[in-house]
Design a protein around this ligand. Structure first.
Ligand SMILES: [Zn+2]
Length: 425
């Protein structure tokens, strides 16, 4: 279910690298979360990914209870800058809309994709034009209502701002329920015979033609409301000088500068982006404020070098393990009192360091030749390969690490590399 992307892989790696060091953070970063950041990230990403499919019971359990899980999820949201109440909104408390009806009972709305030059609008009816606009991070909606077919002086013009996560489609469609609300207010004081909507957005019109085929709850809402008030909705070509549409377009552009008053459903990627940005900032902060081993410091002198290595080494688990400094060769195990001596079990000639395994041990001669053919330079140290900034070189090293490991295993029947193994001279 959980998609592991670049920055999650980064977290796994950074987490692994950090395991080695004390978790005691300097006091200046005490406001930063404890090192289970990655697990919190997993939990929240999972909740975000599945919350829209929660049943009412699950939604209650996850969002509305006092359980420790809810408490932890809330806390994690806080760390990643996610508004818990907004996240709650992702999970529908109840379902409505045309898809809940049996297909035979779904009555279609009166939607036309052919512009009629406002011909349907009689003097006693209303003409409603809506439009959306997006510029950079700003999204706006415009609503203009005219009485009769006199489209020189609107009886109502309104502009609305939408949040930065909104799309231009949201700008085009979220304003329609508001328009319905406005015209029902007008009806109370000044009854009209009919109301006609004119919209220039094809996606909205197509969704309104088949409202049961979309997941957009706003379209479901419009469907439910217009069912009760059968208003025709007609296409109007944009930017062709049709005054009503031009005025709605102008109102939508003014909406770009208005405070946010229309809140479309938040897309999950918005939460995922928030999590990723904040994880990035937190891990960078940790990386910069902690001490690293000599090996790590030389390999990754700064955060950017680690980032670029993680991008290049995507999927190359052996290379990442080697880069972390936790590669369980004889010398590494000896230093941790897990082996009686640091000598290479395959040749008994030298200490089995990373350098020995990759560049000198005679047992892995043929695997090494394969690697050297693929490398675009001739390395003096393993670190040179790791720091070469080349996917091709990292792949060659990864293949060597896998094939040498498999070869060593194939020679030790009981998993214990024997000293009686044939060695090459
Ligand atoms: Zn050896």
């Amino acid at each position: 279910m959980l998609k592991v992307n670049n920055s999650q892989a980064l977290c796994i790696s950074t987490h692994a690298m950090h395991k080695r060091y004390s978790y005691k953070l300097p006091s200046r970063c005490s406001k930063y979360p404890p090192p289970d950041l990655f697990f919190k990230k997993q939990a929240i990403t999972r909740v975000v990914n599945i919350s829209q499919r929660f049943s009412a019971d699950h939604s209650k359990l996850s969002f509305y209870s006092d359980s420790p899980t809810t408490k932890h999820l809330k806390e994690a949201c806080n760390i990643f800058g996610i508004n818990w109440d907004l996240l709650k909104l992702l999970s529908p408390k109840y379902k409505f809309g045309p898809h809940l009806f049996h297909p035979a009972q779904r009555s279609p709305l009166n939607v036309s994709l052919h512009f009629d030059n406002f011909k349907k609008v009689s003097p006693s009816s209303l003409l409603i034009c809506t439009d959306g606009s997006k510029e950079n991070d700003r999204v706006g909606s415009g609503l203009v209502i005219f009485k009769g077919n006199d489209i020189s002086t609107p009886i109502l013009t309104k502009s609305f701002g939408l949040p930065s996560y909104a799309t231009v489609y949201n700008g085009e469609s979220e304003v329609i329920p508001l328009a319905l609300h406005e015209i029902s207010k007008i009806y109370k004081s000044n009854p009209f015979s009919k109301a006609h909507f004119y919209i220039d957005n094809h996606a909205t019109l197509k969704n309104l033609i088949k409202p049961w085929a979309t997941k957009d709850t706003n379209i479901h809402r419009i469907y439910s409301n217009i069912q009760k008030l059968p208003f025709p909705i007609t296409y109007v070509p944009a930017h062709q000088g049709h005054l009503g549409n031009e005025m709605a377009d102008k109102a939508a552009k003014e909406g770009l500068l208005q405070p946010v008053t229309l809140f479309p459903k938040i897309p999950t990627h918005h939460f995922v982006d928030l999590i990723n940005t904040s994880i990035n900032a937190l891990t960078q902060h940790r990386w910069n404020s902690e001490d690293h081993s000599h090996w790590i410091k030389r390999l990754f002198p700064h955060w950017k070098s680690l980032q670029s290595f993680l991008t290049l080494s995507e999927g190359l688990t052996q290379v990442r393990k080697l880069a972390s400094g936790f590669y369980p060769l004889q010398n590494y195990l000896f230093q941790r009192s897990l082996k009686p001596n640091p000598l290479c079990p395959h040749c008994l000639d030298e200490v089995e360091s990373i350098y020995h395994r990759v560049l000198t041990c005679p047992l892995f001669f043929s695997q090494r030749v394969q690697m050297l053919i693929k490398l675009d330079f001739s390395p003096n140290t393993t670190m040179e390969i790791l720091a070469s900034n080349s996917r091709n070189n990292l792949e060659a090293l990864n293949t060597f690490l896998i094939s040498s490991k498999l070869f060593a295993q194939s020679l030790s029947i009981d998993g214990n590399p024997s000293m009686q193994l044939p060695t090459r001279n």
